[in-house]
Write a protein that binds this ligand. Structure first.
Ligand SMILES: CC(C)(COP(=O)(O)OP(=O)(O)OC[C@H]1O[C@@H](n2cnc3c(N)ncnc32)[C@H](O)[C@@H]1OP(=O)(O)O)[C@@H](O)C(=O)NCCC(=O)NCCS
Length: 252
């Protein structure tokens, strides 16, 4: 019994297996050796590399939505979703068109990655995490459960974002047209770490290898290699040498 709908123009690589009740739309390309679960939807034009795993009920290549009151930034409606080789996509994940995942990225159950986002190789996007539109996420990053990365943010390589971290990009909190000029996500430089439940205000920069303590509210830019804590966050101590990225054992 054939239960999936696969467009005739879709290309399915050798050895790829497709679960029950999947839909693979026109022009989609799946590399060799992929494993798709049940009820997976691969939208038109999506490009998936080799040996990619996709859990049940995930949508790859969802169309961006723009409400009448969304910030009016243009979206490239034609950009495809690219999923790199050996990525692991969990259950109930939504990946939008115009997003690019590097090799061996893991996106855990229920996470969402929006349009115009790039994610570097071997980064982990945790369960239920949300990466909003137009973000750059580097390689070897770890975004833990329910982390929230606001639109137009940049996370460089090896950034750690603990569970429940909240970032923001609009100091006008949805009021005035002036706000559109000042929109700005957060920036976390290479190796920066943000502790559980921290809040980062719009446009703030967390320096290289800095650590934001649990529950802090970051209202100012944080210099490199310093621990900042409390609300409002302020200097707490220097990051211990043993914890600096350059002193790790070489494992990513
Ligand atoms: C920054 C951090 C490492 C400091 O931990 P620590 O060195 O064990 O600190 P201590 O427990 O010795 O506390 C020293 C003082 O700072 C205070 N303090 C510690 N962490 C604090 C925080 N996050 N916010 C406010 N004050 C804090 C303590 O109350 C204590 O104050 P006191 O001297 O008046 O009693 C820790 O707070 C932290 O944020 N850890 C990150 C946890 C995390 O998010 N992990 C992510 C993976 S789950």
């Amino acid at each position: 019994m054939e239960t999936s709908v696969i467009a005739t123009s879709a290309r399915i690589g050798e050895g790829t297996t497709i679960g029950y009740f999947c839909v693979i739309e026109a022009g989609a390309i799946l590399g060799r050796g992929c494993r798709l679960g049940h009820h997976v939807v691969v939208r038109a034009g999506t490009i998936i590399g080799a040996e990619v795993q996709v859990g049940d009920h995930s949508v790859l290549g969802a169309a961006p939505m723009r409400s009448a009151s969304s910030a009016p930034r243009p979206v490239d409606a034609d950009a495809a979703l690219h999923v790199g080789d050996r990525c692991m996509i969990g259950t109930g994940v939504v990946l939008y068109r115009g997003c690019t995942l590097g090799e061996q990225v893991m996106v855990a159950d229920l996470a969402t990655v929006r349009e115009q986002v790039t994610v570097g190789r071997r980064t982990i996007i945790g369960r239920g995490a949300a990466v909003e539109n137009a973000c750059i996420v580097g390689s070897f990053c770890k975004l833990e459960t329910n982390a929230y990365v606001t639109a137009y943010s940049t996370l460089e390589d090896h950034v750690f974002v603990a569970p429940g971290v909240l970032t923001s990009n609009d100091n006008f909190v949805g009021r005035t047209r002036e706000r559109f000029k000042h929109y700005g996500g957060v920036i976390a430089r290479r190796g920066a770490r943000i502790g559980v439940g921290a809040v980062i205000l719009p446009g703030k920069e967390i320096g290289e290898d800095a650590l934001i303590a649990a529950g802090s509210v970051v209202t100012r830019n944080v210099p490199a290699r310093q621990v900042w804590a409390r609300n409002p966050a302020r200097y707490f101590r220097d990051v211990p040498a043993a914890q600096l990225l350059e002193n790790q054992d070489g494992r990513p």
